[in-house]
Design a protein around this ligand. Structure first.
Ligand code: ATP
Ligand code: MG
Length: 766
């Protein structure tokens, strides 16, 4: 069996252990994903029917790559394997089974914007303060409930949850959750979390359906298991309950989605759930040089909570890790771009060999600027998806409405776009009438005369008739002809065509691009069902990367560290290693959040194969203001013997001005001193230096107002304006926790958002 020769002893043992529960928890780059890939190929070689295999990956891209590799070993059989993300696999199953739980099979998938719009409407209806009930907060709370399988009924009955909401002054959360759930149901729509939540409901309440999929998926495999949430854990557990042929792989040190409900306990539970579990250890890293592996090990050893692992590399020692200091974010972009240019020329590399990884999407701007100046081709992954652009969403909303006229968000989006004289009052009236008469908004607009007054009733009636005519068209035309027909007859194409600005032209071209996509789809020979409805399915689950035509183009890759999980690149630049950015400001209040940031750093450095470069800037524009930055504590934690410092860059004349507060000296300091006094990293610590140094914000100078006096904050409320001794003026965004440990999230004009423990904060209520 030739293909098994590409595995070491342990990997091979894991691949050959095809029966029963198997778990591999091992460090980055040790071949976990490779084991899953080979295992699938091996199963098929051993005679397992490819239709009986389910593989759950973290991204669609990972699934695609895995399928390509398996294809090389087993040929076309690879096509039949069920493989994809949790969301895409279970959306596919729900398309077949949704009617069993009362949903239409052509249900719409609401994206985050749709969900937010529903929340805003509910807050308005219930007359609730949208600052206290911030839409992101509300949505996160509902999402967390769903990911823990807490229904709205259970939510309202759970004493602890009720107490939390009551204490934070948001006693209406339960009511909002209930209304949100019923609104989505009425619209025949599921949000992202519902795809898992409703799958659980389906498997729980319909034993015959559970039974069907238990027998279909005789072999299950899950990659990146450390980032599964409870909802995903339970689906896997149920599906595997009959055959117990389940193999999960992951790395607790790479768990970076706790903020979205991922639960590291799933790994620990796994051992309890399957007493005859076989555990395999993989210790050799095949991806990175010894220096890179050593740096990764030294970073993660600062975390208290971790399963002990040995990770070693037998590759070359490799270069030391270069640490670059820049004096501003723009300069950082410039230096990194020059580095890449130089490394490529000197070593005869391709642009593809390079990746730039950052903590937040906003950091891509200065990188892009640097790359553009040197004409370096690049691609941003995971940015705004093609399908999230306004014009695309508009046209897709027409498609959505055609197939599911109850889709309320699609209706609201396009009923007056392009303009047809239907105002907000009429739209509110439609929604209200629907609620009062217990019918859907579309039923209202099909009988406009009954519910609306004369003038608006006429235009609403015409709109309803148009959508009905689209429904007829999709039954008779090919997907492409139908899509073109809708784009034309809705007036959308004309509206965009008439906008001759550069942006307008761009939008028009994007619509053309979408139509091209439909055309390609309707001409495909490998699938039977080619209707527009099939094309439409799960469009909401696609990401930018799935749409990319030039996948193989030679470009530098830019992405957040979160989206780099599982990937590898010969040369990696991790940028923005600064306090309050990485670790992020939001993570500084608890050890567990800080440890998650450190795991994120571990993920970043372990993406590199041959060479790793780390950089930071000593000043950066944030919210339109230049602020001074301090090197990240994570830099201090790395064993200095693996580092090579490059501090050759000189401060750009424009970088920074005025004074800043130097925490170490506890004094206001002139900016010209920044490089020596503010920069703790300029003298690297010896290998034995204590790892964690607590650093604090270097805010731009704020001189307290003459009447500044810290006030009693026990009555602080969301929305109040405050002044902080050092951070300046701000507004309270939210309050969390119980007295005396209430935490306030405040948006400061100068430095952005910060979370403060009220009992220590020196605040003056204005
Ligand atoms: P991560 O934790 O980052 O997801 P991983 O454990 O999934 O990493 P893989 O991506 O499977 O690791 O493997 C890392 C690299 O090492 C890949 O390029 C893979 O092809 C290579 N590799 C793994 N095992 C071997 C082996 N036995 N021989 C040669 N190369 C290997
Ligand atoms: Mg992997």
């Amino acid at each position: 069996m030739d293909y098994l020769e590409g595995l070491n002893k342990e990997q091979r043992a894991a691949v050959e252990q095809i029966q029963g529960p198997v778990m591999i928890i091992a460090g980055a780059g040790s071949g976990k994903t490779r084991v899953i890939t080979y295992r699938v190929a091996h199963l098929i070689r051993k005679g397992v029917d490819s239709f009986n295999i389910l593989v759950l990956t973290f991204t669609n891209k990972a699934a695609r790559e895995m399928r390509e590799r398996i294809n090389k070993v087993v040929g076309n059989e690879a096509k039949n394997i069920w493989m994809g993300t949790f969301h895409s696999v279970f959306a596919k199953i729900l398309r077949v089974e949704a009617d069993k739980i009362g949903y239409p099979n052509n249900f719409t998938i609401y994206d985050t914007d749709d969900s937010k719009s529903v929340i805003r409407a509910i807050l308005k209806e219930l007359n609730l303060d949208d600052k206290l009930y911030n839409q992101n907060f509300v949505l996160n709370r509902i999402s967390a409930a769903k990911n823990n399988l807490v229904s709205w009924q259970a939510y309202q009955q759970n004493e602890q949850i009720q107490a939390e909401d009551f204490t934070s002054g948001r006693g209406q959360m339960g009511k909002i959750y209930e209304t949100y759930a019923s609104r989505c149901f009425r619209a025949g729509a599921m949000d992202f979390d519902d795809l898992l939540f409703k799958t659980n409901e389906l498997l729980r309440d319909h034993p015959e359906v559970l039974n069907k999929y238990q027998h279909k998926f005789k072999y299950l495999m899950v990659d990146e298991y450390q980032d599964t949430n409870f909802s995903q854990y339970l689906i896997v557990k149920k599906l595997a309950a009959v055959n117990e042929n389940l193999c999960v792989v992951g790395d607790d040190a790479q768990s970076i989605y706790a903020f979205r409900g991922a639960n590291i306990q799933n790994i620990l539970n796994f051992e309890k759930d399957y007493p005859d579990l076989k555990i395999f250890k993989l210790e050799q890293n095949y991806r990175s040089t010894q220096n890179i592996v050593s740096v990764a090990n030294s970073i993660i050893s600062n975390n208290k909570e971790q399963l002990k692992k040995n990770v070693f590399s037998e590759k070359e020692t490799g270069d030391k890790i270069k640490v670059i200091r820049a004096f501003s974010d723009n300069e950082e972009g410039k230096i990194i771009s020059e580095e890449i240019m130089q490394q490529r020329t000197t070593n005869g590399l391709k642009w593809n060999d390079f990746a730039i990884l950052y903590r937040t999407n906003a950091q891509s701007r200065s990188m892009e600027e640097g790359l553009r100046k040197l004409n370096i081709p690049y691609k941003i992954y995971g940015g705004l998806s093609f399908y999230q652009r306004k014009e695309i969403k508009d046209l897709v909303a027409y498609f959505r409405l055609t197939f599911n006229p109850n889709d309320e968000e699609a209706l609201k989006r396009v009923i007056n776009y392009p303009r047809r004289g239907i105002g907000d009052t009429t739209i509110d009236r439609i929604i209200l009438s629907a609620g009062q008469n217990n019918i859907t908004p579309f039923e209202v607009i099909m009988n406009p005369a009954k519910f609306l007054d004369g003038r608006s009733s006429a235009s609403v009636g015409i709109f309803a008739t148009m959508i009905q005519s689209f429904q007829v068209v999709t039954k008779t035309m090919t997907a492409y002809d139908a899509a073109l027909h809708i784009a034309q007859h809705s007036g959308l194409l004309k509206d965009l065509y008439e906008d001759k600005s550069v942006e307008g032209l761009n939008r028009y071209e994007n619509i053309q691009e979408l139509l091209n996509g439909v055309k390609e789809f309707s001409e495909r020979e490998d699938i039977e069902e080619k209707g527009l409805d099939v094309f439409m399915q799960d469009i909401a689950l696609l990401t930018n990367d799935d749409k990319d035509k030039n996948k193989d183009a030679d470009t530098v890759s830019l992405m957040t560290i979160h989206s780099s999980k599982g990937l590898e690149f010969p040369r990696v630049h991790v940028v923005g290693l600064e306090e309050n950015l990485f670790p992020s400001q939001m993570s500084l209040n608890s050890r567990s959040d800080l440890e998650e940031e450190r795991r994120l750093f571990y993920v970043a450095v372990t993406r590199a194969e041959h060479k790793l470069t780390i950089s930071y800037a000593t000043s950066r524009f944030k919210f339109g203001t230049l602020i001074n930055c301090e090197p990240s504590r994570f830099l201090d934690e790395i064993d200095a013997r693996y580092l090579e410092l490059d501090f050759t860059a000189k401060p750009a004349p424009s970088a920074g001005s005025g004074s800043f507060f130097d925490d170490e000296r506890n004094a206001w300091t002139r900016k010209s001193n920044t490089s020596s006094s503010g920069d703790s990293f300029s003298k690297p610590k010896a290998a034995t230096a204590p790892p964690v140094k607590t650093t604090s914000v270097l805010a731009k100078a704020h001189v307290p107002s003459p009447n500044f006096k810290p006030s009693d904050t026990s009555n602080l409320q969301v929305g109040m304006e405050v002044e902080h001794e050092r951070f300046g003026f701000g507004k309270v965004i939210s309050l969390e926790g119980n007295k005396p440990d209430i935490k306030a999230t405040i948006f400061f004009k100068e430095i952005g958002q910060k979370q403060l423990l009220l009992k220590f904060a020196k605040l003056f209520i204005i």
